[in-house]
Design a protein around this ligand. Sequence first.
Ligand code: SF4
Length: 327
Amino acid sequence: MLKVENLSTSYRTIDGDVRVLNRVNFQINENEIFGIAGESGCGKTTLLKVLYDIIDFPLQVDEGRVVLSVKKNGGTVDFETGRIRNAWWKHISYVPQAAQSVLNPITRLKTQFLDSIPEEYRKNETKQQTLDRVAHYLEELSLSPDILEAYPFQLSGGMRQRAIIALATFMSPSVVLADEPTTALDVVVQRGILMMLMRLQRKLKNTLVLVSHDIGVHYQITHRMGIMYSGSLVELGKTADLFREPLHPYTKLLIEALPRIGDKRPRTGIPGRPPALTNPPDGCRFAPRCPYATEMCRKHVPEFREAQPGRFVACHLVQEEASENVR
Ligand code: SF4
């Protein structure tokens, strides 16, 4: 469905190129909710932008590509980096970070819906017929069609977010990319938005790719997830497995830092900070914060390898243990 092959990207700066994604490889399947987690600045949003083919200066792809495969007329059509834009809205759509602020505040929502729906998708409909379909779709999502007459500033943050999600899913795309869709919303509204995304994914049986720094959000709704650190994937697998038995030390610390009901022990968070992308350390980039780091970790970059069926990890320690178990 969505394949990321050996993807490396950088941002151009006056001091030279800064690598933000390092040889990222993974695949996202049809009919799944896939989460991408990690601390701020680890490359999550950049990865999502490249998945959606928003590769505008100063961002550049140094190597690798993304391939979106969609079913069409009984066969499969591939769109790869540079051509994924041809699949926007109909096959792949994007709910950006702070989506509430991407709506034009001085244009009624109905106009923003009409402007976003490509002519070819409206076929020979009049504007009113298209709006009737939009109104019906909003009702299916338990949203009042009255919001079409509203200006964005007349709606609450949660309602604007729901409107953006409705817009992004109106054409039943095969893939929906959502970047921190619940950030800046209160917890009750957050839960409502997550439930809406889950219901939509079940109804459309499509693929939802959810980026969030909040690992609890991934626990609630994703089927599989990838953990990013300093521009690379460090662990990937089924979400339930990752939470039951995290393998990478960074994943372990992220999960241990989660608050739990009834557990009153103070949460300390992960000591230290992610390295500056302008001057990353040699070897494993997590080594300066890792309680298990060895000399080998500081010298050699661990490969992202399958440690268990369907479970990929970039850690020397995990790989040593996996090879000892095989012996
Ligand atoms: Fe820690 Fe070494 Fe694994 Fe990196 S490779 S996470 S430093 S044990």
